[in-house]
Design a protein around this ligand. Structure first.
Ligand code: HEM
Length: 104
């Protein structure tokens, strides 16, 4: 990341936002950044792991759902190596219905 080495305050992480933003200098301490990291780690790991585990369970418990979802995803995202944009997946009708309870 050449640009970041040249100017450590420029970039796109939450830390760049905090350090480059209009917080008072007293808020831009290493301690504050470490606290923010802890919040993100704590809030983002178990929640995501649990959601993925529940989704996986429901898909494996019902092969028809898995099949429908796979065909929708295969058709909409033919290149498995290309990371899709959020806007590409949030409008897929079966995926969206599947993620909302009660299940279709
Ligand atoms: C399926 C995954 C997730 C679920 C179900 C979930 C759920 C929630 C819920 C219910 C809240 C409280 C919202 C409120 O009361 O205003 C929340 C807040 C928060 N979540 Fe998540 N979350 C998920 C993933 C993540 C991830 C991946 C991150 C970060 C990488 C994250 C970071 C946060 C943070 C920082 C807050 C506090 C926001 C604030 O300051 O108001 N969450 N989350």
């Amino acid at each position: 990341m050449r640009g970041e080495k040249e100017n450590p305050d420029s970039g796109t992480t939450i830390f760049h936002g905090l350090i480059g933003g209009d917080l008072d200098a007293s808020e831009k301490t290493d301690e504050r950044m470490i606290d923010e990291s802890r919040v993100i780690l704590a809030a983002g790991t178990d929640t995501t792991a649990r959601a993925l585990a529940v989704i996986t369970y429901h898909l494996l418990a019902d092969p028809m759902r898995l099949k429908k979802l796979k065909s929708e995803l295969d058709a909409a995202l033919p290149d498995p190596d290309a990371l899709p944009m959020c806007s590409q997946v949030e409008t897929l009708p079966y995926l969206v219905r599947f993620l909302r309870f009660p299940h279709p």
